[in-house]
Design a protein around this ligand. Structure first.
Ligand code: MN
Length: 130
């Protein structure tokens, strides 16, 4: 995996710490936002390679964040992975309807987390961005 910039939108400090730790260990640059509004602002400004999006968030929940990111041209095509402890029937469908690309359930499994998101990041050997 080549180093990427990944935005984590997560209001739980422990979850944020764990995801940041795992991804920084693999050389990625992490941006973080702890509420939905800040997440949207950071995504539009920084245009990360990937967004990890908690669903239960202050100010705007993850579904609303995903819908809004899909409206803005500069964030429309960025992969968004919902990261949520919701295990309700139909929740995955709700995430997909709001525009997320994939869905990971909490608790985060440290052994498989980086592999789960690998396919959404640029591959090693891709030409560097001009
Ligand atoms: Mn949360």
């Amino acid at each position: 995996m080549k180093p990427s910039t990944i935005l984590i939108i997560e209001d739980n400090a422990q979850n944020l710490y764990l995801m940041r730790f795992l991804l920084e260990h693999h050389g990625h640059t992490i941006l973080a936002a702890m509420d939905g509004r800040e997440g949207i602002a950071t995504a539009r400004k920084a245009r990360p390679d990937l967004i990890l999006l908690d669903i239960q968030l202050p100010l705007l929940d993850g579904h609303a964040v995903a819908r809004e990111l899909r409206l803005h041209p500069e964030t429309q095509t960025i992969p968004i992975i919902a990261v949520t402890s919701y295990a309700m029937p139909g929740d995955r469908e709700k995430c997909m309807q709001s525009g997320t690309t994939d869905y990971i359930e909490k608790p985060i499994d440290p052994d498989s987390f980086v592999d789960r998101i690998r396919k959404y990041l640029p591959e090693i050997g891709d030409p560097p961005d001009a």
